[in-house]
Write a protein that binds this ligand. Sequence first.
Ligand SMILES: [Zn+2]
Length: 113
Amino acid sequence: MSTALAGGTLPVYRWRLAPDGLATRRQLRAMGLRPGGQDVAAELQRPRRRRGPLVAYLYRIDAAMPVRPMTPGRRAALARANRARRVCPSCRLDAGYVIPAALGACVPCADSD
Ligand SMILES: [Zn+2]
């Protein structure tokens, strides 16, 4: 796969280029899922100048387990929470992905400081 970088034993993908079917623990949680004992499937790395890369671990969504049974009300609450998590606190725009806690802003905002 052309987006994969040379790495250790795990496939490593560039930030925001994770393949379909994989999600971070935080993203799983937002879907009401947990890794469920599976091993880490891949790593996401976001290179940073003068520091080590930000690393996020990816899990297989199809192997994840539900945190607890999903109900329509719970699903709606999760959808609202997810929308809120995608809004960058700096530029107030929907980034289209959950704002990484390690960045605290969308990637363009985090890159500009
Ligand atoms: Zn932003």
